[in-house]
Design a binder for this molecule. Structure first.
Ligand code: NDP
Length: 284
C-alpha cells in the first residue's frame, strides 16, 4: 500500500473524478473512499480518466454498518466493485466498530476473510477500532486486520491505539491527517482548535520552507503511518504530495507529538450506533 493516498470524504460527486484524476497525475497511487461517501462511481471514473493502469492504483473502500452481517457484507463488495468498475479491491475495511452491534461486526469481518481467501480483495482491515474492539475482533477472527484507519492528527495522535496496532502488526492509517476534523464545518461543535493554525507547526513549517499540511503529512510518514489527506483543490492536492524532499528532525517530531490533547474532534468510536446511522447504501 502506498503510504500516502487521497481521501475523498465530503468531496462532492461532481468534483471527485477530477480530484482523483489530478491526484493520479501528480503521483498519488492510492485513493481512499467509502460506500457511505456516495462517490465510489466518480472515484472509478477518475481512475479511468487518468489513463493510469488500474493495477498501479491502490483502491481502498469501506463497508458501512447497515451492510454488516455475513451475506450483507459479501453483497456490499458487489455494490462497491460495481460502482468503482473494478473486479478486485486492494483494501476493504469495516468503517465503524459499531460496538453495540458487535455480532454483526464480527459476521461482517468473516465475510471480509472470505473475500480475501477468494482473491476478491487483496487486504482487509478496520476503521475507528479501539484497542478493546480489536481484541474483541481477534477473539473471533483468524486474519489480523492489515490496517486500522482512525482519527489521527497532532491534536489527537492516539498513542495507545498506535501502540496496540503496532503490537499486532496492524498499520495505523490517519484519517483527518492534516486535521480537517478540527476545522471543517460539521456537527462537531465550535470548541475545536484548528490544527492548521497551530504555532508550533507553523514554526516547523517556516524552518523548512514548507506548509503546515506538508509538515503534518511528513510527521505521519516518518512515524510509519499511512495518511490520506483530502482535497478537491488541484493546488492543494499537489501540495499534499510534495513531501518527499525534506525530513523532520527527531526533536521536531517530538514537538508535534507533544501537541496531543488526548481528545477526539470527531465522533467517539465507542458511541452507540443508533438506527438513524444505519442508512442504506444504494445498489447503484
Ligand atoms: P483532512 O485532514 O484530509 O483535511 C481536509 C480539509 O483540509 C478539507 O477542508 C480541505 O479542503 C483542506 N485542505 C486539504 N489540503 C490542504 C492544504 N494543503 N492546506 C490547507 N487546507 C487543506 O480531513 P478529512 O476528514 O477529509 O480526512 C481525510 C480522509 O480520511 C477523508 O477524505 C476520508 O477519505 C478519510 N476519513 C475517514 C473517516 C473514517 O471514519 N474512517 C472519517 C473522516 C475522514 P479542500 O478540499 O478545499 O482543499
Amino acid at each position: 500500500m502506498p503510504a500516502l493516498g487521497l481521501g475523498v470524504f465530503q468531496s462532492a460527486p461532481e468534483q471527485t473524478a477530477a480530484a482523483v484524476e489530478t491526484a493520479l497525475q501528480v503521483g498519488y497511487r492510492h485513493i481512499d473512499t467509502a460506500a457511505a461517501y456516495g462517490n465510489e462511481r466518480q472515484v472509478g471514473e477518475g481512475i479511468r480518466r487518468s489513463g493510469i493502469d488500474r493495477a498501479d492504483v491502490f483502491i481502498e473502500t469501506k463497508v458501512w454498518p447497515s451492510d454488516y452481517g455475513y451475506d450483507e457484507t459479501l453483497h456490499a463488495w458487489e455494490k462497491s466493485t460495481r460502482k468503482l468498475g473494478v473486479e478486485q479491491l486492494d483494501l476493504l475495511i469495516l468503517h465503524q466498530q459499531a460496538a453495540n452491534l458487535f455480532d454483526r461486526t464480527i459476521a461482517a469481518y468473516r465475510a471480509l476473510e472470505t473475500l480475501l481467501a477468494d482473491g476478491r480483495v487483496r487486504a482487509i482491515g478496520v476503521s475507528n477500532f479501539t484497542p478493546a474492539a480489536i481484541d474483541r475482533l481477534m477473539d473471533a477472527a483468524t486474519v489480523v486486520p492489515a490496517v486500522n484507519q482512525i482519527e489521527l492528527h497532532p491534536y489527537h495522535s492516539q498513542p495507545a491505539t498506535q501502540k496496540a496496532d503496532a503490537a499486532l502488526g496492524i498499520v495505523t492509517q490517519a484519517w483527518s491527517p492534516i486535521g480537517g476534523i478540527t476545522f471543517y464545518p460539521g456537527p462537531w461543535g465550535d470548541e475545536r482548535r484548528n490544527v492548521m493554525q497551530d504555532d508550533t507547526i507553523a514554526a516547523i513549517a517556516a524552518a523548512h520552507g514548507k506548509t503546515p499540511a506538508q509538515v503534518m503529512i511528513r510527521w505521519h510518514l516518518q512515524q510509519g503511518r499511512s495518511a490520506i489527506p483530502k482535497s478537491t483543490n488541484p493546488g492543494r492536492i499537489a501540495e499534499n504530495f510534495d513531501v518527499f524532499d525534506f525530513d523532520l528532525a527527531s526533536d521536531e517530531l517530538a514537538r508535534i507529538d507533544a501537541l496531543d490533547t488526548g481528545r477526539e474532534s470527531g465522533p467517539d468510536p465507542d458511541r452507540v450506533f443508533g438506527e438513524q446511522m444505519l442508512f442504506p447504501i444504494p445498489e447503484d
